[in-house]
Design a protein. Structure first.
Length: 70
């Protein structure tokens, strides 16, 4: 696989905000990701973490408090 030819998309301050690549290069990238099982994720049983953290404050109230500090 060769490095894809790319063109940067810049905003008004000349900061990169996107990339344009050839469609054929994109198809090669998708094929590579599928073969590497990049998007497959194991299902986790999160119930084993239930009750591990004991909260001393309501999570929403904490979030409001922290945001007010900004």
């Amino acid at each position: 696989m060769h490095p894809p030819k790319k063109r940067l998309v810049l905003d008004e301050k000349m900061r990169p905000v996107g990339v344009i690549i050839d469609y054929q290069d994109w198809q090669n990238i998708e094929k590579f990701l599928e073969q590497s099982h990049f998007f497959e994720q194991e299902q986790s049983d999160l119930s084993k973490f239930s009750g591990v953290i004991e909260l001393t404050q309501d999570p929403l109230e904490y979030q409001r408090q922290v945001r007010d500090e900004w």
